[in-house]
Design a protein around this ligand. Structure first.
Ligand SMILES: Nc1ncnc2c1ncn2[C@@H]1O[C@H](COP(=O)(O)OP(=O)(O)OP(=O)(O)O)[C@@H](O)[C@H]1O
Ligand SMILES: [Mg+2]
Length: 379
C-alpha cells in the first residue's frame, strides 16, 4: 500500500527525507510555514502551509498521513500530542521523546540519570546563580539557551565573571530558560547516527568526526580517526542514549572526545543530522532512508560504509542576497564527488545552501577533493 509521509518542516532535511520516501514508492507531504523559504516544498507531493497550531491544518495532515516525521525539534509538543490524539498517523519520534530532547536541560538530566557521561551542567535563573556555579565548576563555562538553539545561536562562552551579566542579557532575549555547562577541552568533536524502529531493531552508523567553523558544521570525516576502543565505546553510548530517551526514529548524537579516549555526550538531535549527510553516498542505507523506515516500522537498513572513507563539506551562503549558485561545472569535474544544492531562494552568510560528499580510500586525499569541489561553488 502506498504510504503517505508528512514531514514537519520544509528545510533540506525534509527535502532529502522526501527523496528517500519517493524511492520506496511513497508520497511525501510537507508541512511548512508561510514565511519559509522551503526547499522541501518545491518537491512535495502535498503541501500543508500555514500556522502549525491551527486545528484545520493539523486535521488535514492527520487525514492525509500514515506517519508524521520531524525535520527539526523546534515544535511545541502539544502539536504532536494533538496529532497523536487523532489516532491516525503514527508520530515519530513521540511527543514524549521530543518534549524531553528539545530542552537541553531535560535532555542532559535524562542522560545523566541513565548513567551516561555528559559535561557537568546546571539550570540557572540569574547571573548570581551562574556566578555561584562558576565557583563550583570553574571557568570557562558555556551559557546555553535550553530550547531553540541551533548552529551555536543560543550559546555564549563565559571566560570570566564579567562575561556573565552581558551573556545572560543577550541569551534571555531569545526567549528561552538558560543553563550552564562546564567548558569541555575536547580533542575532537564526534557524531554518530542511530536509528530504532518500534519493533526494537536498532542500527548504529560509524562514528564520524565533525569540524565546526564559527559553531556551524563545516566538514564531516567518516569514519573518525579514533581507536577501535573509542569507536566501540561511542556505539555503546549511542545505543544507551536511544534507550534513555525511548527514541524511535533516527537520531544524531554529538559528542566531545577527551584526550584520554573517553567521550562525553554533547547533545542529541531527534532527526536526520548534518553529520549524517555522508551516508547518502557512503553507506548501504542512508540516514534519510532509515528515517523513513524507522517511522513506518519497516526493517532498518545496514549502516555499513560502501567506501573506505567519505568526506562531507557544507556549502554555506556568503552574502545576504538571492541565491545564485556559480561554479557547479568546475565542482562536477572533481572526480568521486557528489554535489547537493538545496534550491533555497535566499542566501545568507553561514546559511546551509548545499553540501558535497567525496568518496575515497584515504582521508587526506578525499578531504582535498571535497574541499576543491566545495571551493569551486559559491552561492
Ligand atoms: N560545554 C562545551 N564545551 C566546549 N565546547 C562546547 C560546549 N558546548 C558547545 N560547545 C561548542 O559549541 C558548538 C555548538 O554547541 P551546541 O551543540 O550546544 O549548539 P547548538 O547550537 O544546539 O548546535 P548545532 O551547532 O549542532 O546546531 C559545539 O559543537 C561545540 O563546538
Ligand atoms: Mg550541536
Amino acid at each position: 500500500m502506498t504510504q503517505r509521509i508528512a514531514l514537519l518542516g520544509g528545510g533540506q532535511l525534509a527535502r532529502m527525507s522526501a527523496y528517500a520516501a519517493y524511492r520506496l514508492g511513497y508520497e511525501a507531504g510537507i508541512i511548512a510555514r508561510p514565511t519559509d523559504d522551503s526547499p522541501a516544498l518545491l518537491i512535495a507531493t502535498e503541501r500543508f502551509v500555514g500556522d502549525w497550531s491551527s486545528p484545520e491544518l493539523l486535521d488535514a495532515v492527520a487525514a492525509y498521513a500514515d506517519v508524521v516525521l520531524l525535520e527539526n525539534e523546534f515544535i511545541a509538543p502539544d502539536i504532536l500530542r494533538y496529532l497523536e490524539a487523532t489516532g491516525k498517523p503514527r508520530v515519530t519520534p513521540s511527543s514524549r521523546t521530543i518534549a524531553l530532547v528539545q530542552d537541553k536541560f531535560f535532555q542532559k538530566t535524562a542522560l545523566a540519570q541513565a548513567g551516561l557521561p555528559v559535561p557537568r551542567f546546571a539550570a540557572v535563573a540569574s547571573p548570581e546563580e551562574t556566578l555561584a556555579i562558576s565557583r563550583q565548576f570553574g571557568l570557562p563555562l558555556v551559557l546555553k539557551c535550553r530550547t531553540n538553539g541551533y548552529d551555536g545561536y543560543g550559546n555564549e562562552l563565559i571566560r570570566g565573571a564579567a562575561d556573565i551579566a552581558p551573556a545572560f542579557e543577550k541569551l534571555l532575549k531569545r526567549g528561552s530558560q538558560l543553563m550552564v555547562e562546564e567548558f569541555v577541552p575536547f580533542t575532537k568533536e564526534l557524531a554518530v547516527m542511530a536509528a530504532r524502529n518500534e519493533s526494537g531493531e536498532e542500527v548504529i552508523y560509524p562514528v564520524v568526526e565533525t569540524i565546526q567553523h564559527a559553531h556551524v558544521c563545516h566538514t564531516t570525516l567518516a569514519p573518525a580517526a579514533v581507536s577501535e576502543t573509542t569507536a566501540a565505546r561511542v556505539a555503546t553510548l549511542a545505543k544507551r542514549t536511544l534507550e534513555a530517551i525511548e527514541g524511535i526514529g533516527i537520531f544524531g548524537i554529538e559528542l566531545f572526545l577527551l584526550n584520554d579516549g573517553e567521550a562525553l555526550i554533547n547533545e542529541i538531535a531527534p532527526r536526520p543530522h548534518n553529520s549524517g549527510h555522508y551516508t547518502i553516498e557512503a553507506c548501504e542505507t542512508s540516514q534519510f532512508e532509515n528515517h523513513i523506515r524507522a517511522g513506518l516500522n519497516l526493517p532498518l537498513g545496514s549502516p555499513r560504509m560502501r567506501s573506505p572513507v567519505a568526506v562531507m563539506v557544507n556549502l554555506l551562503g556568503g552574502f545576504d542576497a538571492p541565491a545564485r549558485p556559480t561554479g557547479l561545472e568546475a565542482a562536477l569535474r572533481v572526480p568521486g564527488v557528489t554535489v547537493h544544492l538545496y534550491g533555497k531562494k535566499a542566501s545568507r552568510p553561514g546559511r546551509k545552501m548545499g553540501h558535497v560528499t567525496a568518496l575515497g580510500d584515504n582521508l587526506v586525499e578525499t578531504r582535498e577533493r571535497a574541499l576543491r569541489a566545495a571551493r569551486a561553488i559559491s552561492i
